[in-house]
Design a protein around this ligand. Sequence first.
Ligand SMILES: NC(=O)c1ccc[n+]([C@@H]2O[C@H](COP(=O)([O-])OP(=O)(O)OC[C@H]3O[C@@H](n4cnc5c(N)ncnc54)[C@H](O)[C@@H]3O)[C@@H](O)[C@H]2O)c1
Length: 330
Amino acid sequence: MTAGGRFSGKRVLITGGLGFIGSSLAIALVHEDAKVTILDSLLPEFGGDFFNIEPVRSRVSVNISDMRDPHSLDILVKDKDYIFHLAGQVSHGDSMRDPKMDLAVNCVSTMNLVESCRRFNPDARLINTSTRQVYGVAQRLPVSEDHPVIPVDVNGINKLAAEYYHLLYDRTYDLRSTVLRLTNTYGPRQQIRNNRQGFVGIFIRQALKGEPIKVFGTGRQVRDFNYVDEVVEALLLAALTDDCYGKVLNLGAPTYHSLLDLVGILHELTGVAYELVPFPKDKKIIDIGDYYGDYSRFAQATGWQPQIDLQDGLARTIEFYRAHKKVYWA
Ligand SMILES: NC(=O)c1ccc[n+]([C@@H]2O[C@H](COP(=O)([O-])OP(=O)(O)OC[C@H]3O[C@@H](n4cnc5c(N)ncnc54)[C@H](O)[C@@H]3O)[C@@H](O)[C@H]2O)c1
């Protein structure tokens, strides 16, 4: 979807580049003529998979290592023009069950990254992927960047700390960093085999398997959704836009949907049924209720405007997973 050449000859490191969003970004950057290096630990049960980069496998270099250990980072950050930081622990539930793991993956790894850059490549430009989860329960909608940040789970706290490392190093060491707060991202290459990656992936798996989709609560809770290609374009634009550095910026969508809307589209695409079930207690305590974000600052800075609506994006997504059943959900 990207016009060729904006990153022509640029050396780019993608942490978490075998995962859902990171691999989609790697494919786009190869098409932009960038020299792409991927760093990924391939942690079991996370979203990393070599199959994700199949279309560009021979055109990227891959380093399997873990950012919790800084040693390979020190070497990998050298000489890079851009570093997109997508490695992370994304499961909110797991962050409550194993908070130290989330701390290590989301905070220690990020601290290692900014420290390696400070010491070995202070000219690199860093693009950090954070999450709307940092806001917690919305006090008003749409949620702008000025909204209080009161995370409801350990993951939100650690992602917030990771944002601050980037911003601090930007201010203190002139290590150019921008932070994007992503909202629900869906599309091809997301790991949907287990329940770690959020409800959209779970719903898609249930739809593909023809199992009734279990919707917690009334199903009237609203969210905004971005198709993964739109998020990739946002990451590229953020990297290229001077005005984004030193700032935290929301992504979002022009319209929001209830979970019942989402299930209704999946019903049209696959015939799947749904049932409403009470919230399990462990999910209820970290639920954020309704959310949709105000992304006007990012749109003004970059011209980014998502075009792919939920119907179209889910149709593309279902087509992808039907073609790759064995890899992702069989
Ligand atoms: N998918 C979404 O809806 C969403 C929403 C908000 C924010 N985000 C953020 O976007 C980023 C990417 O998410 P994703 O959905 O692609 O997740 P993903 O699980 O598909 O990808 C993350 C990748 O990071 C790798 N990784 C994890 N820990 C690592 C470590 N210590 N060292 C090296 N690699 C490591 C994993 O192996 C995996 O391949 C994350 O930072 C996440 O918090 C995603």
